[in-house]
Design a protein around this ligand. Structure first.
Ligand code: SF4
Length: 349
C-alpha cells in the first residue's frame, strides 16, 4: 500500500492566490493535477519512499513560483520570480524541485536548468535521480551541461600526437620505444613517454567510440598536465571551420543538451556563461533551480574576481601603506588571501 500523500496545508495552492500572482487558474489547476499524479506515482513505485509534508510544501512552492514567474517583456504582471527554499536533510528536496520543474516546464513550454554546486552533484542528479524519475515520466528529456574544459579537443589531441611523432623522428628511437613500452630502458624521460602513451590510447578510445570525450567518463582521471594539453579551449577552437567539428565531443554534447527540456548544469558554468554572449542559455525562456544555492556567492566571487599581477598588487598597497585612507586600505589585495598577515602593513586587515 503506497504511503498517503499529505493534503495541501498551504494557502499557496488556492486559486485566489493564483489570481493575485497573475497565474491563470486553469493553468494552475492542470499543473496541480499533473503534479499530484506524478507525486502519487513516485510514492507508489519507489520502494521505501515516504511522502513528507515538508517535501509536499516545497514542491507546491516551487510550482507556484514558476507559474507566476514574469517573462522579461511582462513588466506589468505581478509575478514573483524567485523563491528561496530551505529544508533539512532527508526532506527529499531533489524529488520536490524536480517534479515541480518538470510540471512547470510542460505547462509553460520552457526549458529547465537545474544547477548544482559541483560537477559531482551534477553527475549524481544526472546518473541517479533523473533516470529514476524518467521511469515514471518516459517523455522526460534530460541532458547534462558541462564546461568546455571537461571535453577533449580532438584537434588538439591529434596535434599533440603529431608533434610528438615529429619530435621522435628527430630524436630517432622515441617512436619505436612507444610501440613496445621500452621507454624506461631507452632512457626516454618518463613523463613524456607516459603522456604520449596516454594520448595515443585516449585517441584510440575516442575514435573507436568507446569513450565520449568527457573527462568524467574516463575510468582513471588523467594527469592534469596531460589533460591541459588536449582539453577543449575557446581560444584554440575554430568551431565550424574545424575538421573535427562534426565528431567534436564538446559540440556533440551541446547539441544533445539543446534538445533536452531539463538540463543539469553547475553554478560555475551558469555564471561563466553570463559573462559571455554565449547563446547556451536563454534566460527569458528558462526556469532555473539552484540547488545548494548557498555556494553561489563564493562561486560568483571566483568567477567575477580578477587576480592582479604582482606590480598591480604593489600599486594597490602604496596608498594604504602611507595610511592615506580607509578606502585605500580596503583595496589592499593579500597575496595569501584575506585574513592573512599583510607583508606590507605587517598586520591583518
Ligand atoms: S571544434 Fe573546437 S573543440 Fe572541437 S575538436 Fe575542433 S577545435 Fe577542438
Amino acid at each position: 500500500m503506497p504511503p498517503a500523500i499529505p493534503l495541501p496545508e498551504t494557502p499557496a495552492v488556492v486559486p485566489a492566490y493564483a489570481s493575485e500572482r497573475g497565474i491563470d487558474p486553469d493553468l494552475l489547476e492542470t499543473a496541480r493535477i499533473r503534479l499530484e499524479l506524478l507525486y502519487g506515482e513516485v510514492a507508489a513505485s519507489w520502494p521505501g519512499f515516504i511522502a513528507r509534508p515538508g517535501q509536499y510544501e516545497m514542491m507546491q512552492a516551487c510550482l507556484l513560483t514558476f507559474l507566476s514567474a514574469k517573462a522579461p517583456d511582462d513588466e506589468d504582471r505581478p509575478g514573483n520570480n524567485l523563491a528561496q527554499l530551505e529544508a533539512g536533510t532527508g526532506t527529499g528536496k531533489t524529488v520536490a524541485y524536480c517534479l515541480a520543474t518538470i510540471v512547470a516546464s510542460e505547462a509553460l513550454k520552457k526549458t529547465v536548468i537545474v544547477s548544482t554546486a559541483t560537477v559531482a552533484l551534477q553527475e549524481q542528479l544526472f546518473q541517479k535521480d533523473l533516470p529514476r524519475l524518467a521511469e515514471i515520466i518516459p517523455e522526460l528529456q534530460y541532458e547534462i551541461l558541462k564546461g568546455r574544459a571537461r571535453y577533449v579537443c580532438e584537434s588538439r589531441l591529434e596535434g599533440v600526437i603529431n608533434d610528438e611523432v615529429q619530435d621522435s623522428l628527430l630524436t630517432g628511437e622515441f617512436q619505436d620505444a612507444f610501440a613496445d613500452a621500452r621507454w624506461q630502458a631507452k632512457g626516454i624521460p618518463r613523463d613524456r613517454a607516459e603522456a604520449m602513451l596516454w594520448f595515443k590510447n585516449t585517441a584510440k578510445k575516442l575514435h573507436s567510440g568507446s569513450w565520449d570525450g568527457d573527462i568524467d567518463s574516463l575510468a582513471q582521471p588523467p594527469e592534469p598536465e596531460d589533460w591541459r594539453q588536449v582539453q577543449a579551449n575557446a581560444h584554440a577552437c575554430n568551431g565550424g571551420q574545424c575538421e573535427y567539428f562534426r565528431s567534436c565531443a564538446f559540440f556533440k554534447a551541446r547539441r544533445q543538451a539543446a534538445s533536452a527540456t531539463l538540463q543539469v548544469a553547475n553554478h560555475a558554468l551558469i555564471l561563466a556563461t553570463l559573462q559571455t554572449d554565449s547563446t547556451l542559455i536563454d534566460p527569458g525562456n528558462t526556469l532555473f533551480v539552484f540547488d545548494e544555492a548557498h555556494h553561489l556567492p563564493n562561486i560568483a566571487a571566483d568567477q567575477f574576481s580578477y587576480r592582479a599581477p604582482g606590480h598591480q598588487r604593489q600599486a594597490a598597497h602604496q596608498p594604504a601603506h602611507r595610511g592615506a585612507s580607509p578606502w585605500a586600505r580596503a583595496a589592499c589585495i593579500h597575496p595569501a588571501g584575506p585574513g592573512s598577515l599583510c607583508p606590507t602593513h605587517h598586520r591583518m586587515h
